[in-house]
Design a protein around this ligand. Structure first.
Ligand SMILES: C[C@@]1(CC(=O)O)c2cc3[nH]c(cc4nc(cc5[nH]c(cc(n2)[C@H]1CCC(=O)O)[C@@](C)(CC(=O)O)[C@@H]5CCC(=O)O)C(CC(=O)O)=C4CCC(=O)O)c(CCC(=O)O)c3CC(=O)O
Ligand SMILES: NC(=O)C1=CN([C@@H]2O[C@H](COP(=O)(O)OP(=O)(O)OC[C@H]3O[C@@H](n4cnc5c(N)ncnc54)[C@H](O)[C@@H]3O)[C@@H](O)[C@H]2O)C=CC1
Length: 158
């Protein structure tokens, strides 16, 4: 079974004390970090260059940012790793090390190298809804997330 045929289980997991490592700090990494921030306790970001949003999150103390290339040792104490560089070969190397070490990994440049996908999220008080299109259609996931958010907003008005 490849990733296209299997649905991923929506595991609602406590990330508040987990070490999350993001390698790369570009546009996509910034989106992933924004998504994780309300849920995560410790986000460490390593990349030679950072997108403005990432630099701002570092200045505000919301993440730890190190301006340098990643080294293999950086992975060793991580619980979850996002390989978010624009270099396919580096993302692949990160993936291989994580698989060997049993670290959960998401490679943004290859959906077949993702232990988990990022969902579209609706978060209202104690309700958290995550929408996945099983890696097949991120536009559909976004549309369904928007429809659910609109529905909940209508409910609140009643
Ligand atoms: C497989 C997956 C991998 C993963 O988890 O890493 C993946 C892969 C890819 N996305 C691409 C592009 C874009 N993705 C988005 C947005 C979202 N993408 C998300 C999830 C996922 N995207 C994962 C599971 C998807 C599923 O469930 O089926 C969401 C749900 C969550 C999130 O990313 O935060 C979020 C919507 C949330 C919301 O708004 O609610 C936008 C922006 C937009 O649409 O506005 C663009 C336009 C470009 C840009 O932004 O630069 C491309 C490049 C090819 C292409 O352009 O098609 C690939 C690679 C590929 O498909 O091979
Ligand atoms: N999953 C998704 O939603 C999408 C994924 N992509 C993929 O994501 C890749 C990255 O996209 P962007 O974020 O827009 O790129 P970007 O160019 O904005 O950022 C790349 C980042 O990687 C860092 N980097 C490069 N070499 C590194 C190293 N050795 N160690 C640590 N960091 C390093 C750079 O410093 C920079 O911060 C694209 O090449 C494409 O393959 C593209 C669109 C959507």
């Amino acid at each position: 079974m490849n990733n296209q045929e299997k649905p991923y289980f929506p595991l609602f997991v406590d990330l508040s004390e987990k070490k999350i490592l993001v390698i790369g700090a570009g546009k996509i990494a910034a989106r992933r970090i924004q998504t994780l921030l309300p849920f995560a306790g410790e986000i460490r970001v390593i990349a030679p260059r950072a997108a403005a949003e990432v630099a701002e999150m570092a200045e505000n103390g919301r993440i730890q940012y190190e301006a340098r290339e990643y080294e293999r040792e950086d992975l060793y104490d991580a619980c979850i790793v996002i390989a978010a560089t624009d270099r396919e070969q580096i993302n692949h190397e990160i993936y291989s090390v994580c698989k060997c070490m049993g670290i959960l990994v998401n490679v943004i440049s290859d959906k077949n190298k993702c232990d988990f996908y990022f969902p579209g999220i609706v978060h209202r008080d104690e309700i958290v809804i995550g929408v996945s299109a099983s890696g097949k259609d991120h536009k559909k996931a976004k549309k369904v997330r928007e429809d659910i958010a609109a529905f909940l907003q209508e409910e609140e008005k009643v």
